[in-house]
Design a protein around this ligand. Structure first.
Ligand code: NAD
Length: 344
């Protein structure tokens, strides 16, 4: 594998740059009632932005009206499906930024309902890009891509030049959507970029089951005093705390050198799932887990070990994660101790 040359890191955008970019700007956040979208919307509201959340509260997703309860009076919410091309055009008119996070995110669901995944993660993405081209061609667009498109890594850590070989329908469709965003930059000049996110976690994630992330269902079990299941346990994974992911979206939007490019986003150094389980129990001060073999339907679409080489994004934007894994787990537990009933 040939590594991309990584230039010296630049300083991150200053608080003044960030405020100047977003204050008063009309900003669409698709998927804005989900884990990352709601945290991003909250940050943008704090920066004085005129935020328009587009979300259809897709069943089985992390979408939850409670995620935006604190900012509900200060944002516009369009409970709209991004598959609705006509309505999307109306909503896109006048937007200066589009953070495009709406997606069907479950890998297992993508195998059970492959055509729905295609409609949301592929067709609707093209619909949105056509809408941008027609209604807000000067807008800056940041797409939430995924590390899933690499499939099972051939070498670690994985940088952006690693071959793409998705192992599930979701990965294929997310790969296409990312490519559409870059294509629309190259052909039509849209200021689009894509972030290939790894496991992102934190307050507001879906914890009622493992549809969004296994970390959610671990947290739930822990908070209910039950043992959680660790499948396998040796797999290496990296994690991004949601506030660090929000920084990544803001920086990608502000720094013009990101346009037309794709970037990995990582976080703390990788940990094995067993180490993560131990860290979570230490953060809670109590708890237990059981080690189980990987279920066959999951094993087929599991990517094994993964961790990101995200030096390119750090160099281009000055981004770096600020929240260590242990601290992020503590913050997540504290949030769900208080708001548990809204998530189960
Ligand atoms: N969280 C992660 O670990 C992770 C990792 C890689 C990539 N991503 C990507 O980041 C994005 C956001 O992820 P998240 O973890 O916040 O997910 P999430 O499920 O919490 O949020 C996604 C939101 O999109 C909404 N949505 C889905 N389909 C829609 C549609 N057709 N129309 C309108 N709204 C729709 C859902 O209702 C939900 O609120 C997704 O595109 C996902 O693929 C997330």
């Amino acid at each position: 594998m040939v590594s991309q040359p990584v230039q010296a890191a630049r300083l991150p955008p200053s608080a003044a740059d960030i405020a100047a970019a977003f204050d008063g700007a009309r900003i669409m956040v698709t998927g804005g009632m989900g884990l990352i979208g709601s945290a991003l919307a909250e940050r943008l509201v704090g920066l004085g932005a005129d935020v328009l959340i587009v979300d259809c509260l897709l069943p089985d997703s992390g979408g939850n009206p409670f995620n935006i309860a604190d900012i509900r009076e200060r944002v516009t919410v369009a409970q709209t499906d991004i598959r609705d091309a006509g309505r999307m055009r109306e909503l896109l008119a006048g937007c200066r930024y589009v953070f495009n996070l709406a997606g069907q995110t479950s890998h297992l669901v993508s195998m059970l309902e492959p055509l729905e995944d295609l409609d949301i993660n592929c067709r609707a993405q093209l619909t949105l890009l056509e809408g941008c081209r027609a209604e807000c061609p000067d807008a800056v667009l940041v797409y939430a891509g995924t590390r899933q498109i690499y499939g099972s890594p051939r070498t670690l850590p994985v940088d952006e030049s690693h071959p793409l070989h998705p192992v599930d329908v979701n990965g294929v469709n997310k790969m296409a959507a990312e490519a559409y965003h870059i294509l629309y930059h190259e052909v039509y000049g849209l200021k689009a970029s894509a972030l290939r996110l790894t496991n992102t976690y934190g307050p507001r994630m879906r914890i009622k089951d493992a549809r969004q992330t296994f970390v959610g269902v671990w947290l739930r079990a822990l908070l209910e005093g039950r043992a959680f299941e660790v499948w396998g346990g040796e797999q290496l994974r990296d994690f991004t705390y949601v506030d660090d992911a929000v920084d990544a979206f803001l920086y990608a939007a502000i720094v013009p050198e990101t346009h037309g490019r794709v970037f990995n986003i990582g976080g703390d150094p990788p940990v094995s799932l067993l180490a993560l389980a131990d860290m979570l129990i230490a953060a809670q001060g109590d708890g237990r887990y059981e080690i189980r073999a990987f279920p066959a339907d999951r094993k087929r679409i599991d990517i094994g070990d993964y961790h990101a080489d995200d030096r390119l994004f750090r160099a281009v934007t000055g981004w770096q994660p600020k929240v260590r894994l242990r601290e992020g787990l503590e913050r997540s537990l504290a949030y769900f101790r208080t708001h548990f009933a809204h998530y189960v």
